[in-house]
Design a protein around this ligand. Structure first.
Ligand code: GN1
Ligand code: MG
Length: 358
């Protein structure tokens, strides 16, 4: 605890801190809220530098994106800008992060009276679609280069290669489990179809744009009336296919169960959420979205549960070194749940295409 107070003291006056307590349920960073006068006032985060190895680039990306959005909002006369875009504090080092004992930390303002959700209604999904669409749209004219903070992050060919490597190595003997073998088999059986996006990119038909790349439903703040305030968790903002933002939101929001639901009967693909989210997203992106991108949005809705199943299974076979887990088989349970969601999304493909008219 003393460590947290000491670190926070690089960003704010330590005497005003009343308490520092855990916040949220991210799988990568450790997040805390800093209480001042009985209210959460700041967010303190330990950046996982095993995942984000170039913290300087990470913070440069985030600053470029937040400054750009802030400037645009100022020009547009948006009110309450501090509730609409994240703000990171400068430490006494002059940077927006500090390093202590090889641990990296940053502090941002806490946005008061804001709420996150693990599940949304179609109404909320529409506004979420608008907001992620607007987010991409606001960044189309960003001139500062944004580094690829995790190279090949949403490249499914690369993720499949990582799976191949851990299967071949089998360092903890997981390949003895028949269920694991079965998932590897099923993943490989459809791999070609799922690599469509990468092929279109190589053929020069599909662009990369600055995307959020972690549009889980809990990465959006709402106010008490259900209006979207702002998009959070900007660590993975980088060039990617728009499929990333579209597909990853539905992976969490259209899932009628939990990401790690042990009961597969809970997991279905909620087509009403798809419909509302797509409407909002198409509205937000209408100034730039190409037909080839629109046509493949249903594919994106299947790609992300598939990719997440590949990533969770890879981590399970590799001895759980990447995602935080709560019990030894957690990554296998997550794999089962994501695979079920993938199958459910595939069943909905014709309906999704019909809804979009593609
Ligand atoms: C990680 O930490 P969190 O929960 O925001 C992961 C995402 C996964 C997600 C699965 C940098 O995000 O890509 O989709 O877990 N982030 C990184 O819940 O790998
Ligand atoms: Mg997150």
């Amino acid at each position: 605890m003393n460590e947290l107070y000491a670190v926070a003291g690089h960003f704010i006056d330590p005497n005003i801190i009343e308490d520092i307590t855990p916040l949220g349920n991210g799988l990568i960073n450790d997040t805390y809220k800093i209480m001042v006068s009985g209210q959460p006032k700041y967010v303190l985060q330990r950046i996982n530098n095993a995942v984000f190895t170039d913290v300087e680039m990470l913070q440069n990306n985030i600053e470029a994106v937040t400054n750009h959005i802030r400037q645009k909002y100022e020009c547009q006369g948006v009110v309450d800008i501090n509730r609409r875009v994240l703000h990171f504090l400068k430490a006494d080092t002059g940077k927006t992060y500090v390093v202590e004992d090889d641990k990296y930390w940053r502090v941002m303002d806490f946005i008061a009276d804001s709420y996150t959700y693990e599940a949304v209604t179609p109404g909320y999904a529409y506004y979420a679609g608008r907001s992620f669409g607007d987010f991409e749209s606001l960044l189309t004219d960003l001139e500062v280069p944004i580094g690829e903070i995790i190279p090949d992050f949403h490249n499914i060919e690369f993720r499949l290669k990582q799976l191949d490597e851990v299967v071949a190595k089998d360092s903890v003997g997981m390949m003895r489990e028949v269920e694991v073998q079965n998932y590897v088999y099923r993943i490989r059986a459809v791999a070609d179809v799922m690599c469509l996006g990468e092929r279109l990119y190589r053929e020069g038909k599909l662009p990369k744009r600055i995307c959020h790349c972690d549009t889980k439903v809990n990465n959006m703040l709402f106010d008490k009336d259900g209006n979207v305030l702002c998009v959070i968790d900007l660590d993975t903002v980088m060039p990617s296919f728009v499929f990333s933002d579209f597909g990853d939101f539905l992976r969490s929001a259209a899932n009628t169960g939990a990401e790690d639901d042990p009961n597969l009967d809970n997991i279905h693909f909620n087509i009403e959420i798809f419909k509302s989210f797509a409407e909002g997203y198409l509205e937000g992106t209408k100034s730039f979205l190409l037909q080839i991108e629109k046509e493949n949005l249903p594919y994106a809705a299947t790609l992300f549960p598939y990719m997440q199943a590949v990533r969770f299974l890879t981590d399970y076979i590799n001895g759980n070194t990447y995602y935080k887990i709560q019990y030894p088989t957690h990554n296998l349970v997550r794999t089962r749940a994501q695979w079920k969601l993938y199958e459910e999304a595939v069943k909905c493909l014709p309906e999704m295409k019909q809804m979009l008219g593609v």
